[in-house]
Design a protein around this ligand. Sequence first.
Ligand code: HEC
Ligand code: HEC
Length: 331
Amino acid sequence: MLSFCRWHLLLKLIFTSKELFLDEKSETINSCTKLEIIITMTRRILSLLIAIGSLYGAIALAADDALMARGTYLMESIVACGNCHTPRDPENLGAPLEGMAFAGAFTIKEEGLNAFAPNITMDIETGIGGWTDEEIITAIRDGLRPDGTLIGPPMPSPFYATMSDYDVQSIVAYLRTVTPVKNVVQKSKYTIPLPPNYGPKVESVPEVSKDDLIAYGRYVTHTLGHCTECHTPMSEGHFDFSRLNVGGRVMPNVFGIATTAVSMNITPHLTAGIGEWSDKEIERAITDGVSRNGRELAKIMAYPYYKNINEEDMNAMIAYLRSVPPLSGLE
Ligand code: HEC
Ligand code: HEC
């Protein structure tokens, strides 16, 4: 105890702060008692610090879980990178090939391009396992590889450019959990000229508030779902946004399956578009691939993924689709 008391004196020198000791009346308490009080207080402060520390740890873990949950939701529903990056089996009605999730080699042939979706699994050699988070984010939103070369269409980077920081980070978190698959994919061939980049480097993008239904619906439809990519015609290598959602893009040899699909008019035009369709009918086309008249749609859209779109996003998307100018396609 004596040596403790000496320690106390030393501590007293260090902690000159009055609050750490007792008030005036403390004179009556001997040094050792004071020391015990200090030790108890220090212990309390320490346990408080530890408690705060573990609270922060728990918050950080909860934040990681939330990011992962968001990434899983996006990847398995509206964003559906797998619809292009997971190869399909032409023998089995275009079902995804087992064990090849995100391993690439889906082909898309359109006028001017014969594109092959690369391997985006975490394989270091043949996938993107060696890329940093920042490099993957730049590939998604800016359409640039780490070596600065442009990622050509139909990779929808010009649409992903407005993806929020949180959403793009959640997608990267999800991709990091993808099983690495060794699969070399051949290079895409373009006969149309490609620009050096799609625009200035994307900086920070905030979340889009759900309070504005149409703005949020546009974010879901245009940014996350890039629905507009397939449903808006191109003119001289650029999207003609004055004809938003009017359809008419010809997509031969879809996913290596011998079908030619033509994207439909999904503007709210009463006869040429989906203006007369009920919300349920629009939803069925998106999630089940069945047109209003019961016709089965070509298996090009990401129906198995779109089935998982939550009600809030589906409602916002339908509200947005109904809000754009109705076009007959003959304008
Ligand atoms: C409509 C089809 C399509 C969708 C959807 C799509 N991609 Fe791609 N992606 C491609 C094609 C095609 C390429 C290759 C283009 C080229 O060769 O220039 C590509 C290239 C890439 C690359 C570059 C890889 C490399 O090694 O060069 C990355 C990374 C990538 N995509 C990630 C994603 C992610 C993540 C998503 C979802 C957020 C996504 N893609 C959605 C078709 C698509
Ligand atoms: C990869 C290209 C592509 C993407 C992405 C895409 N679509 Fe489609 N969509 C098509 C094609 C092609 C058809 C027509 C298929 C057919 O006629 O068999 C179609 C058909 C439709 C139809 C049915 C129209 C009709 O008259 O039967 C609706 C509704 C629709 N798409 C909405 C959407 C929405 C909403 C999204 C985004 C969540 C989306 N599409 C994303 C290519 C695409």
